[in-house]
Design a protein around this ligand. Structure first.
Ligand code: ADP
Length: 397
């Protein structure tokens, strides 16, 4: 048996899963929360003997990994007896440096920290977790899998902002795109579900979670995506505004709102949260159904923006073979899916209302039999993809 430890870390948390390579089965998983907060640390672990929750101070990521090792031992499944052959680390920003999963050495780790300049909320936590995990598991290969890497195939015309060339180059301003791990696994699984070669398909993937992005995929390669330099651009999200006229930012700054406040307003207090008071679509949906006009408008704005990109990517790909919905809202929002797809019959896209409304889980087709574009719902599984990419890299030597 061989397994991968998949690590998805933030500045104050470590999520982890041990995934069996052959079956994809979760051998164990858990979460370390509130690292660095005295009196608030918590470890939740599932696997072996069952589920456990431990309160304890976790001053830093090293203590977090020590606590994880202890949880495995206490559950009767010591981590060094699970056949783990690699550690896969999710890394949000790989800049232009990382176009594929990469074996972590000191130089790679340092570069991930330098890229914190582009992802200040994410990369420092990844770096801390990588350093700590390498110290705890020095004998295992550590592989960094980047959310940006899949989009490095975008053509220049799609990733270039129309700025002064020297300014853009000096500050690394270009579109990078995110959610690449999800767009990659979902597009591959959609092709597999249809029994068609990935290379033959033009796909449009809508990853609609708390964060949301769309991707135009030609033959398995990303050719355009809605997120940009940072995960702020593009679709309306749970707490992010998505696209906004950059002029609105100058306007706010000139009116005395600080840079930090503008950042917080656009990233943490906008989107569904800003428009309705809740970032969760279930609340927005319930409020809209009860007649709340702000919630109704928020859904209209959300749908309008997604349709905007759907039309754009039909143009970019010169048509499409599949449209694929994934992540929290994409997998659980038949109402949203119907609104987004409505009125695209002119290009051969027609949902089957019953299939769209079905409570079935798993990858499934929701378009009508005579729809020229096949619409699917495909659950995303970023951890499985990280495990797969890590093991492939290690196996290739
Ligand atoms: P993340 O981007 O944090 O990984 P997810 O992909 O899990 O998030 O999406 C979370 C969001 O999905 C929730 O905030 C909620 O808006 C939406 N969601 C989850 N379950 C449902 C559901 N049953 N119906 C509608 N929306 C849902």
């Amino acid at each position: 048996m061989s397994a991968v430890l998949v690590v998805n870390s933030g500045s104050s948390s470590i999520k982890y899963q041990v995934i069996d390579e052959a079956s994809g089965e979760r051998i164990a998983q858990g979460l370390v929360e509130r690292i660095g907060e005295a009196g608030a640390g918590k470890v939740i672990h599932r696997g072996g003997a069952g589920e456990s929750e431990t309160q304890q101070d976790i001053p830093d990521h090293s203590a977090g990994f020590a606590a994880i090792v202890e949880e495995f031992r206490a559950a009767g499944t010591p981590i060094d007896e699970l056949g783990i052959v690699a550690v896969g680390h999710r890394v949000v920003h790989g800049g232009s440096d990382f176009i594929a999963p990469t074996l972590v050495d000191d130089a790679v780790a340092d570069r991930i920290l330098e890229l914190a300049e582009l992802a200040p909320l994410h990369n420092p936590g990844h770096f801390a977790a990588i350093v700590a995990a390498r110290a705890v598991f020095p004998e295992l290969p550590h592989v960094a899998v980047f959310d940006t890497a899949f989009h490095q195939t975008m053509p220049q015309r799609a990733y270039t902002y129309a700025l002064d060339r020297e300014l853009a180059a000096e500050h690394g301003i270009r579109r990078y795109g995110f959610h690449g791990i999800s767009h990659q696994i979902v597009s591959r699984r959609a092709a597999a579900h249809l029994g068609r070669p990935l290379e033959s398909l033009r796909q449009i993937v809508l990853h609609l979670g708390n964060g949301a992005s769309m991707c135009a995929i030609d033959g398995g390669r990303s050719v355009d995506t809605s997120m940009g330099l940072t995960p702020l651009e593009g679709l309306v999200m749970g707490t992010r505004s998505g696209n906004i006229d950059a002029g609105a930012i100058f306007h706010l700054l000139r009116r005395g709102v600080s840079v930090e406040e503008v950042d917080r307003e656009l990233n943490k207090r906008a989107g569904f949260l800003g428009m309705t008071g809740s970032n969760d679509f279930r609340d927005v949906r319930a409020a809209a159904a009860a007649g709340d006009e702000a919630a109704q408008l928020a859904i209209e704005v959300y749908v309008h923006r997604a349709r905007h990109y759907l039309g754009a990517y039909l143009a970019v790909l010169e048509g499409a073979d599949t449209v694929v919905f994934t992540a929290g809202l994409g997998e659980n929002g038949p109402d949203l899916r119907a609104l987004i797809c409505a009125g695209f019959e002119w290009c051969g896209l027609r949902l089957d209302a019953a299939k769209n409304a079905s409570a079935e889980r798993g990858a499934r087709v929701i378009s009508a039999d005579d729809s020229k574009i096949t619409v699917l719902v495909v659950p995303t599984d970023e951890e499985a993809e990280i495990a797969k990419q890590a093991i492939a890299l290690v196996a290739s030597g």
